[in-house]
Design a protein around this ligand. Structure first.
Ligand code: IPE
Ligand code: IPE
Ligand code: MG
Length: 237
């Protein structure tokens, strides 16, 4: 086993809010509300464990296909949470970054995003990337368009400069809660060499112990990046 540290960057597909609510005979939005509480707990726990970047999938490019009522409920909740939590995030040293297509979002949501991002821009303890109206395919296409516009060569290095998460390293660990084992158009480019951890726990129930299980699993893995185990061991020793 290679001695590995705590992951620098954890990315999470926060899935299972709807099922959490249905099990309790509550409307789906109640699950999303509880999901926000779970995110707050998870961000604090990541910080306490030395994780420096947390990236979460909050609303996908495909989530617009949900019933109008759920989409507008999610937009309202997002705007409310941003205005309510910004002070605490600031005090906790969390730098909020929004990642995703701004197209299609209302002026009200955009304004809350701008304000929250500006208010926390100088924080350095934990970077919290919130992927909202985000899709991995969107990201690759927007990056290609930027390169074309700037007349730059289509190289991996140039792509890395213009992808939506260019300000952070690639995720070391990608967690998906809620029992599904799929990527659902999350970090298609950036997860090329991430370790994956799938948990059956529904996102609102994902607590510190569940996070510790995922991190413990990550620490057990040997990341080879295409090399042989012997090569990796030689560098590590
Ligand atoms: C994830 O939970 C949150 C969003 C997609 C906004 P879901 O709403 O997908 O919950 P399930 O998968 O239906 O339980
Ligand atoms: C992925 O979950 C998106 C978010 C967690 C925001 P979904 O619930 O939308 O994914 P699918 O539809 O089950 O693949
Ligand atoms: Mg889901």
């Amino acid at each position: 086993m290679t001695a590995q540290k705590i992951p620098h960057h954890i990315a999470i597909v926060m899935d299972g809010n709807g099922r959490w609510a249905s099990k309790r005979f509550l409307p789906r939005i109640a699950g999303h509300k509880q999901g926000v509480e779970s995110l707050k707990r998870c961000a604090r726990a990541c910080d306490a464990r030395g994780v420096r970047v947390l990236t979460v999938f909050a609303f996908s490019s495909e989530n617009w296909k949900r019933p109008t009522e759920e989409v507008s409920g999610l937009m309202d909740l997002f705007a409310l949470v941003l205005s309510r939590e910004v002070k605490q995030l600031k005090a906790d040293g969390v730098q909020l970054r929004f990642v995703g297509d701004r197209e299609g979002l209302s002026a009200r949501v955009l304004q809350h995003m701008e304000e929250a991002q500006a208010a926390t821009a100088d924080n350095t303890r934990l970077i919290l990337n919130v992927c909202f109206n985000y899709g991995g395919r969107w990201d690759i296409v927007q990056a290609a368009r930027q390169l074309a516009r700037q007349g730059l060569d289509i190289t991996e290095e140039n792509f890395n400069q213009v992808m939506a998460l260019a300000h952070v390293r690639d995720p070391d660990l990608v967690i998906r809660t809620g029992g599904e084992q799929r990527i659902s158009n999350f970090l298609l480019w950036q997860s090329a060499y991430s370790e994956f951890f799938f948990s059956d726990i529904l996102w609102p129930d994902f607590d510190e112990a569940a996070l510790d299980l995922a991190i413990a699993s990550f620490i057990q893995r040997e990341r080879r990046f295409g090399q042989t185990s012997a090569q990796v061991q030689a560098v590590a020793s």
